[in-house]
Write a protein that binds this ligand. Structure first.
Ligand code: SAM
Length: 663
């Protein structure tokens, strides 16, 4: 049984209030008017989705947020006389009737006008008058009006309507033919023959058909040409209009917002820092939804493969490897050893428990760093399945071991020592392992995937640590190429329908070609490679914040500190999002063409990694980027909090301080 009053309350709180409509009378009126009484039979269950719905005669009942936004723009007050052009279902007129003294509403389709009239009668709304006709001519006998709201998009503001405004009266009307470039205009009558005009951003409405609107076919007739030109807009206002507010992380509606990405092969979820709780929780909520409802089975994160493999064993109820040291012990441990990640991996474990191994979702690491762990994993595996091969591998890897605990020193060593010999040995090892794929896979498919991945990454890591000494793009590119290839490898190993969610920093996820990284430094990243490889089947989603706290160190290998994030820079994308005054939202950058165009020009974007240096923030943490090209969507959390690292205090009763629990 649908709980409609509750759904109505939720809609008002989340989709209307949460998006910045604060006028109490509007919110109250929307809580009062049963939208389900204004939708066509069979659509009641969708009445409180924030979406327009089809009604008779090919028309629509407007999206609740847009109804509220237009009423707020019209600035209606008790005592006002208001004209609405485009009755449609009657919903907007009903909402306004709860605030003002009298509403006059005109609809060109007689059937719609009749139905709306009956609805008002049934609900006892006696202060609404309905008429069938061409609303572009207004309702002269009832003029002047304090406000006129037009709910269909015309070529301009009809002169008749402007003339029927009282002085001080407001006309709110969408203008523009192409649904992708309509704007919402507000015309205010400032004197007997003077008007001012404001533009409130991109909207999408059905056409206004009439004498001073669009003809059914052909060119428009009498319109105010002066009102046709596009107007400079405030970008934050455009963002506020396009923003889709985010519900609580645990609300099912949070995940549902991301159903639009369900058919992608890879969904890449970024983060603007490695130490922000909201970023982990948002990614967990989206990933839960993609796993539960849309068949995603790979969670691939910016973490070392062998450490993530230990988590994978945990989430899939497989025994931990004998003698394995606890995962994620290296700097920066708060990145994966934190309460948000623990909650998410617990969820994965719980869900996997009821499933066949082939249906379970796995947790994998894409990164390249942990050479020693990888070597141990390859050797341990070979010890079990092919002791002879293990012996040869030990000899081969022997030449890496002097540096394996501190691989970054290896770069210096290879400049002087017999590097080439070692590289060859590692590659041979990798090749050998892959060549035996079929044989091993027959014995244990999952373990083979793990071991062959480790062998691949040792070969890549060896190269990585060698060139790290030369610094710059080459090392970065090697690392991100390795991450992409690992992802590809995982997808191929899991089957042709496999779908993956990737968690990594915005600098890895956002297409590098549209950032300073790619343009100035020649760096590529996993987001770019995914787009080049998967095209539209990859979704790149960035995450950002304005201020709050973050877990970060001051130097590499330093202690974790909870640091205050400085308010975002005045020239940054973050500041635009902050100025929208919508506290948490999803911005789908593919939906609003006008907004996308306005945001294209490069500006600053903030990148906080494991190190945060607020004192040199502009130099250390900002780079130029074109956000709508870098990402397909952007998630905004205006104020955020540092992650809570796991410690003995967080170990659950009776469980040792190892992570994941129970390993
Ligand atoms: N306010 C409505 C609601 O809450 O359901 C939504 C209305 S719908 C988006 C726009 C309506 O404008 C349609 O029903 C359409 O038939 C009507 N319309 C278009 N041109 C019109 C005109 N010249 N005069 C009156 N109504 C018109």
């Amino acid at each position: 049984m649908l709980d409609l009053p509750r759904a109505r309350d939720r809609m008002v709180n989340i989709h209307v209030g949460g998006r910045g409509i604060h006028d109490r009378e509007i919110l109250q009126a929307m809580r009062e008017v049963p939208r389900e009484a204004f939708v066509d039979p069979g659509f009641e269950e969708f009445a409180y989705e924030d979406a327009p719905l089809p009604i008779a005669d090919g028309q629509t009942i407007s999206q609740p947020y847009v109804v509220a936004f237009m009423i707020e723009m019209a600035d209606v007050k008790s005592g006002d006389h208001v004209l609405e052009v485009g009755t449609g279902s009657g919903y907007a007129a009903a909402v306004m009737s709860r605030i003002v003294e009298r509403v006059y509403t005109i609809e060109r389709h007689p059937g719609l006008a009749e139905t709306a009239k009956r609805r008002f009668e049934k609900l006892g709304y006696e202060n609404i008058e309905v008429r069938t006709g061409d609303g572009t001519k207004g309702w002269p006998e009832a003029a002047p009006f304090d406000a006129i709201v037009v709910t269909a998009s015309g070529p301009g503001a009809p002169l008749a309507l402007q003339e029927q405004l009282d002085v001080g009266g407001r006309l709110v009307i969408p203008v523009g033919e192409d649904p992708d470039s309509q704007r919402l205009l507000k015309v205010t009558r400032t004197g007997a023959a003077t008007y001012s005009e404001e533009d409130f951003g991109g909207v999408r409405f059905v056409p206004l058909i009439g004498k001073q609107g669009w003809p059914e076919n052909g060119e428009p007739a009498e319109v105010s040409r002066a009102l046709r030109r596009p107007h400079p807009l405030s970008l934050p206002e455009m963002i506020a209009t396009a923003a889709e507010p985010l519900p609580d992380f645990d609300d099912q509606a949070f995940g549902e917002l991301f159903d639009r990405f369900a058919d992608r092969r890879v969904v890449l979820l970024g983060e603007a820092s490695h130490g922000t709780s909201e970023f982990y929780r948002a990614r967990a909520a989206i990933t839960r939804r993609l796993i539960e409802k849309h068949g995603f089975t790979i969670v691939a994160v910016e973490a070392d493969w062998p450490d993530a493999a230990a988590i994978d064993r945990y989430v899939r109820h497989r025994k931990s490897l004998a003698g394995a040291s606890p995962p994620f012990q290296r700097f920066p441990i708060w990145m994966w050893r934190n309460t948000d990640v623990a909650a998410f991996t617990d969820w994965m474990r719980h869900r996997n428990e009821k499933l066949e191994p082939s249906e379970q979702a796995g947790f994998y690491g894409l990164d390249i760093y942990n050479m020693s762990g990888s070597i141990a994993a390859v050797l341990g595996y070979l010890d079990r399945v092919d002791p002879q091969a293990a012996k040869i591998a030990r000899e081969r890897y022997g030449c890496l071991t002097p540096w394996q605990n501190e691989p970054s020193t290896y770069g210096r060593a290879v400049l002087t020592a017999g590097y080439q010999k070692c590289e060859k040995a590692v590659l041979e090892q990798c090749r050998d392992l892959l060549a035996k794929q079929l044989d091993y896979a027959r014995r244990d498919g999952v373990d083979f995937l793990d071991a062959s991945q480790n062998a691949r990454l040792i070969a890549a890591a060896e190269h990585y640590y060698r060139i790290m000494y030369y610094g710059g793009a080459e090392a970065w590119n090697l690392r991100d190429t390795h991450m992409f290839e690992t992802l590809e490898h995982l997808l191929n190993a899991t089957g042709s329908n496999a779908k993956a969610v990737v968690w990594a920093h915005n600098s890895h996820i956002g297409d590098a070609r549209y950032t300073e990284m790619g343009i100035v430094r020649g760096e590529l990243n996993i987001g770019q490679l995914c787009r080049e490889h998967f095209g539209d089947r990859a979704a790149l989603i960035g995450l950002g914040t304005h201020s709050g706290t973050v877990a970060a160190a001051s130097d590499w290998d330093g202690e974790m500190e909870v640091k205050r994030i400085r308010a975002s820079h005045a020239d940054s994308y973050e500041r635009l999002c902050h100025d929208s005054r919508v506290p948490r939202f999803l911005l789908d950058l593919g939906r609003d063409k006008a907004l996308r165009e306005r945001m294209l020009e490069r500006r600053l974007e903030r990148f906080i990694g494991v190190i945060y240096r607020p004192e040199t923030e502009l130099r250390s943490h900002y780079a130029d980027a074109s956000l709508p090209q870098q990402f397909d969507a952007f998630l905004w959390f205006d104020k955020t909090c540092a992650v809570t690292p796991l410690s003995s205090e967080h170990a659950r009763s009776g469980v040792p301080d190892t992570y994941p629990f129970g390993l």
